[in-house]
Ligand binder design. Structure first.
Ligand code: ZN
Length: 145
């Protein structure tokens, strides 16, 4: 896969831009993997990508591939129209099986509180936006694709 790049025609949907710290994350996503970092000093995983550990400050950080499993931690159902996104859109914080939390979208789910119980088991998917594959999450049970 090619590296994410900006420029050219402007896509309708928000496309994240890679930085040196996040490039391995986007490269992994393009390959269908959810890679996050862990500190090799205190062994704690963390997200978002950084050059030093948010827990102990060590700069001994390493990438590893997460399971892609997560649970729903909190969410909002956004009714605000945004280019390229369905309305409403579920904007969520999920807790990865490894512990870190990340902001994402929940897809393939009814955008209703009834369909979005907290701790709902989720699995990562990758949504292609322009040249960038963006990790999103879908329910493990109940998704019909
Ligand atoms: Zn640490």
């Amino acid at each position: 896969m090619t590296s994410p790049q900006s420029g050219g025609s402007a896509p309708d949907k928000f496309v994240p831009k890679a930085t040196p710290e996040t490039q391995p994350y986007w490269d992994a996503a393009a390959a269908g993997r959810l890679d996050i970092q862990r500190c090799t000093a205190c062994e704690r995983p963390f997200f978002y990508p950084r050059t030093s550990c948010p827990h102990c400050g060590s700069e001994k950080v390493a990438w590893f591939t997460a399971s892609g499993r997560a649970t729903l931690y909190s969410y909002v159902i956004s009714e605000r129209p945004a280019p390229g996104f369905p309305t409403p859109t579920v904007i969520a914080t999920v807790e990865l099986e490894e512990g870190p939390r990340m902001m994402t979208n929940i897809v393939d789910v009814d955008p209703t509180p009834e369909a979005l119980p907290l701790d709902l088991p989720l699995q990562v998917r990758f949504e292609q936006r322009g040249e960038v594959a963006v990790p999103v999450f879908a329910p493990i049970d109940g998704g019909d694709r």
